[in-house]
Design a protein around this ligand. Structure first.
Ligand code: NAD
Length: 304
């Protein structure tokens, strides 16, 4: 019997598909030691972003054939180590694009209008209409870093808000950007200088780590709002903290952090930082799609 180990919460429809091909064990919240033990005789491992599938986990596996990531980013999986052992890694890159794009718009609006701060104040019994004065998205320049699946969905929605859009993505042709109504810039620093809102939609790689660093933050407008629904490591959080604290930029809206869950992250002490706990793909629709797409792929691999 094929043993399928699921170590992060997975949609019930995905479990049903997996049960057609093997015996499913759902074991969430495992410690590293427990995972190292359980992985030994698993044929399939299914994770979301919580489980860290590191080299030592992969090396402990004696029968593992497939790792399914019910979502997009595979940065929690050592794909190189898996490939060396002939283990196939499958994911669901399209499943959550719309959900992440919608959260990005939500955070952008929430930061522009101070919605979370105003809600908290209202619930404290205050009625402070001056403190939360915001800015409009209309007519502003949005800088989109990474024009892939999610970036493109954000572009569509931001256009409906009447934003002008500039983009930085060295891997897409100018014509593709132009057909979306995006002005492509060759230099991330130019984007940082010109944009009123900046949103990140690139994968985290050694090349993109701190793609928004001290130098880029220093170039931003005083009223700039930065939104990150991609990966925490893309921004130098220390530099971001200093700029926000000193009022050198207006606000940040963060769904992701360098360390998750954040431990004593000073960013979370600032009034001009709002955020969500890595909720980009946390919708009914995205989770169902991510789970079922990955389960179907696993089924295909197992059936050869
Ligand atoms: P994608 O692969 O479709 O697009 C990424 C884009 O980034 C590509 O167009 C690529 O050319 C571009 N890119 C790569 N390196 C770059 C660089 N150095 N500078 C500028 N552009 C660069 O990916 P996607 O589906 O749009 O997802 C983007 C990221 O969003 C994922 O890698 C993941 O980390 C993150 N994500 C977060 C959540 C969440 O819950 N918050 C959910 C899904 C995805």
């Amino acid at each position: 019997m094929v043993k399928i180990l699921v170590t992060d919460p997975l949609h019930e429809d995905a479990i049903k598909i997996l049960e057609e091909v093997g015996e499913v064990e759902v074991a969430t919240g495992l410690t590293k030691e427990e995972l190292l033990e359980k992985i030994k005789d698993a044929d399939v491992l299914v994770v979301r972003s919580g489980t860290k599938v590191t080299r030592d986990v992969i090396e402990k596996a004696e029968k593992l054939k497939v790792i399914g990531r019910a979502g997009v980013g595979v940065d929690n999986i050592d794909v190189e180590a898996a490939t060396e052992k002939g283990i196939i890694v499958v994911n669901a890159p399209d499943a959550s694009s719309i959900s992440v794009a919608e959260l990005t718009m939500g955070l952008m609006l929430a930061a522009a209008r101070n919605i979370p701060q105003a809600t908290a104040s209202l619930k404290r019994g205050e009625w402070d209409r001056k403190r939360f004065k915001g800015i409009e998205l209309y007519g502003k320049t949005l800088g989109v870093i990474g024009l892939g699946r999610i970036g493109q969905q954000v572009v569509k929605r931001a256009k409906a808000f009447g934003m002008n859009i500039i983009g930085y993505d060295p891997y897409i042709p100018k014509e593709v950007a132009e057909s979306m109504g995006v002005e492509l810039v060759d230099d991330i620093n130019e984007l940082c200088k010109r944009a009123d809102f900046i949103t990140l939609h690139v994968p985290l790689t050694p090349k993109t780590r701190h793609i928004i660093g001290r130098e880029q933050i220093a170039l931003m407008k005083k009223n700039a709002i930065i939104v990150n629904c991609a990966r925490g490591g893309l921004i130098d959080e220390k530099a971001l903290y200093e700029a926000l604290k000193e009022g050198k930029i207006r606000a940040a809206a963060l769904d992701v952090f360098e360390e998750e869950p954040p431990k004593d992250n000073p960013l979370l002490t600032l009034d001009n930082v709002i955020g969500t706990p890595h909720q980009g793909a946390s919708t009914e629709e995205a989770q169902k799609a991510a789970g079922t797409i990955v389960a179907e792929q696993i089924k295909k691999v197992l059936r050869g």
